[in-house]
Design a protein. Structure first.
Length: 114
C-alpha cells in the first residue's frame, strides 16, 4: 500500500502485497480522498476482459452496481467500506505510463467507482 500526498489531497494505492480491506481501512483512518487500484486491465469491466473479449469497460459505475453485478473489482468487504465512507475508487491499468499520476491530478483515467 503506497500513500501519496499532493497538496492537501491524500491518495492510497492498493498493490498486490496488501489486502483490499486492509488498504481501505487504512485509507479511511488517514482520511484519504480516493483509493487507486492499479491492475493489469484498463478499469472495471462487465466481465473478465481476458476471457470475454466483448466485455464492456465502464468509465464510471456505482458501488451498488459493482455489488449487485458481483464484479471482481475489490473484495465485498472493501467495496462496502468504500460505499459506507463515501470513499471513491479509481481502477486503472498499472502498465499504462502516467496513469497513476494522471489519476492523482484528477484527470479521467480508468474507471471511477462511487
Amino acid at each position: 500500500m503506497n500513500r501519496k500526498r499532493i497538496g492537501r489531497r491524500k491518495t492510497f494505492c492498493i498493490t498486490s502485497k496488501s489486502t483490499d480491506t486492509a488498504a481501505v481501512l487504512r485509507a479511511i483512518q488517514m482520511k484519504a480522498n480516493v483509493i487507486i487500484k492499479a491492475t493489469s486491465v484498463e478499469g472495471v469491466y462487465s466481465a473478465d476482459p481476458k476471457r470475454e473479449p466483448n466485455a464492456k469497460l465502464y468509465e464510471e459505475i456505482s458501488f451498488r452496481d459493482v455489488m449487485m453485478e458481483e464484479l471482481k473489482v475489490i473484495d465485498q468487504t472493501a467495496i462496502t467500506l468504500c460505499r459506507e465512507n463515501s470513499l471513491p475508487l479509481i481502477v486503472l491499468n498499472i502498465n499504462r505510463p502516467g496513469a497513476i499520476v494522471a489519476a492523482i491530478r484528477g484527470e479521467r483515467v480508468g474507471t471511477l467507482v462511487r
